[in-house]
Structure formats: C-alpha cells, structure tokens
Ligand binder design. Structure first.
Ligand SMILES: [Zn+2]
Length: 92
C-alpha cells in the first residue's frame, strides 16, 4: 500500500488499482443547500441560463473498477464500470 499527499492510498497495482478513500465531488446545492446555486440562477435567468449544473459524484476505485454510489446525480449512479486504461509512464 502506497500513501500519497492528503492521505490517499493506492494498493500499488497499476493493472487493478484500488484507491482510498472514496472520491466525493459536489457542486451547487449538493455542496451547500443554504445558498443559491445554478438551479436558482437558471430559474431567475430563464433566457440566459448558466452552462453549469449542480451535480454530485461519489465513487470508489476498487480492483480496477469505478464504483459509482447511488448518491451520484449522473447516469452511472449505482453502477460499476471498468476503469478506462491510462498510459503508464515509463521511468527513465
Ligand atoms: Zn442546485
């Protein structure tokens, strides 16, 4: 197990990586329901809406798969998908 900055850990396996902790990204009202967000902005400016949306994404990377939790707001919520392959840098 390798540990990176901010307490991240990686199982050291480039083929079937597992990262900890889970990744949680929230914006707009998903991050803080007390303030106005893109939903309220767009409601107030129906003719000039912002090109942003409030969203939440909560995922784990385990054993080479991304596991999206059911509190995601996107289409992959609750699904587990294989990690896309990424180029491995050769150390010279
Ligand atoms: Zn919102």
């Amino acid at each position: 197990m390798k540990t990176g900055p901010g307490g991240w850990s990686w199982n050291g396996d480039a083929e079937r990586p597992t990262f900890n902790p889970s990744v949680l990204i929230r914006s707009g009202h998903h991050a803080d329901g007390k303030h106005s967000c893109w939903c309220t902005y767009n409601a107030e400016h129906p003719n000039d809406p912002a090109p942003f949306k409030c969203f939440a994404c909560h995922s784990f990377v385990r054993d080479g798969h991304i596991q999206f939790l059911s509190d995601c707001t996107h289409a992959l919520a609750g699904q587990t998908v294989p990690l896309p392959p990424w180029p491995v840098r050769e150390e010279t």
